[in-house]
Design a protein around this ligand. Structure first.
Ligand SMILES: [Zn+2]
Length: 319
């Protein structure tokens, strides 16, 4: 009988994490459960040329392989990824990337397993395996940046959904009033209010000044400006509305927040506001925390996925 080992991280397995973005590609070895940032490689993302992107990633991997016994590669990329590692649907701002069979093409030239996963899912997996959510299960990651993204992890698995769009929580609806258009084309999505862009738009309304940005807003808030405080309270209200909906849906043990705006959130305040909005069954368990991996979470999550892939491919005979 063949079975698979429990899927904890095996620190003896060295993998590589790659962060594939619209402007840059970064890669680093993941050794003993840690990303080796001293050996981080970084380059500009070739535009409109998927083959050049693949070549660049292969070059980075081969360079890291010179020093490490790399067993697999994990790639965290913007866009939706199919089960067989092909780019489908929207690919963020990576031109020409859609349709690329990333896993197949890279495995062909590298000769080791390659795992490709959406960047928000990778970030969630990183925080779940070795980050701020390492002690919790299930976990929801909410990325609050220019938009709002999300990833759901449970029992060492990512909830990818039937069509690989699982965790797109930025587009849950928080109103039917047609007040704000979202980047997805629909009205009144959560991210239109609770993202960094949403916060800035609220500031424009409250101050009647379209030049005010989030940095200026935070500066005013620090100085005790009352309108700035109102804007930030409103932002926390909207953050709590969406958080309550996803917590009521998923009942996660923790919600981890990352992204560029995560540092501006008042977590005790957000936890309280969310607690006031959820059903009784989960009221005592609302646990919204800040992630600890920062911008490296995607790369780390991808490297962890590669680590588990190696283990899954190594069946162990039962005694
Ligand atoms: Zn939307």
């Amino acid at each position: 009988m063949i079975y698979y080992q429990a899927m904890a991280l095996n620190k003896d397995i060295c993998t590589i994490g790659i962060d594939m973005g619209g402007t840059k590609i970064a890669a680093a070895p993941f050794v003993n459960g840690k990303l080796v940032l001293d050996e981080l490689l970084k380059d500009v993302t070739p535009q409109n040329n998927p083959q050049a992107i693949l070549d660049l990633m292969a070059k980075m991997v081969n360079s890291i392989k010179e020093k490490h016994q790399v067993k697999a590669v994990g790639i965290s990329t913007a866009g939706m990824v199919s089960d067989d590692g092909q780019m489908i649907g929207g690919c963020g701002n990576i031109k020409g990337w859609k349709g690329t069979k990333v896993k197949k093409e890279l495995e062909k030239v590298l000769g080791i397993p390659v795992v490709v996963e959406n960047d928000a899912n990778c970030a969630a997996f990183g925080e779940y395996m070795v980050g701020g959510a390492a002690d919790f299960d299930p976990v929801l990651l909410v990325i609050v940046g220019t938009g709002i993204g999300g990833g759901i992890v449970f029992n060492n698995k990512i909830w990818r959904g039937k069509h690989f769009a699982g965790g797109e929580i930025g587009h849950i609806k928080v109103s039917d009033k047609h007040n704000r258009r979202c980047t997805c084309g629909a009205w009144d999505c959560w991210e239109a209010y609770a993202s960094g862009t949403g916060l800035e738009n609220t500031a424009h309304l409250f101050f009647a000044d379209t030049t005010i940005d989030n940095y200026k807003l935070m500066e005013l808030h620090q100085k005790g400006n009352e309108t700035a405080l109102e804007v930030l309270n409103n932002w926390h209200d909207y953050l709590a509305i969406g958080m309550a909906s996803v917590i009521n849906t998923l009942d996660p043990e923790a919600v981890v927040v990352s992204g560029g705006m995560a540092q501006f959130i008042n977590y005790p305040k957000l936890n309280k506001k969310t607690r006031d909005k959820v059903i009784d069954g989960v009221k005592d368990y609302v646990n919204i925390i800040e992630g600890i991996l920062g911008n490296d979470s995607g790369m780390i999550g991808a490297a962890c996925l590669a680590n588990l892939e190696v283990q899954a491919a190594t069946p162990v005979a039962a005694a």
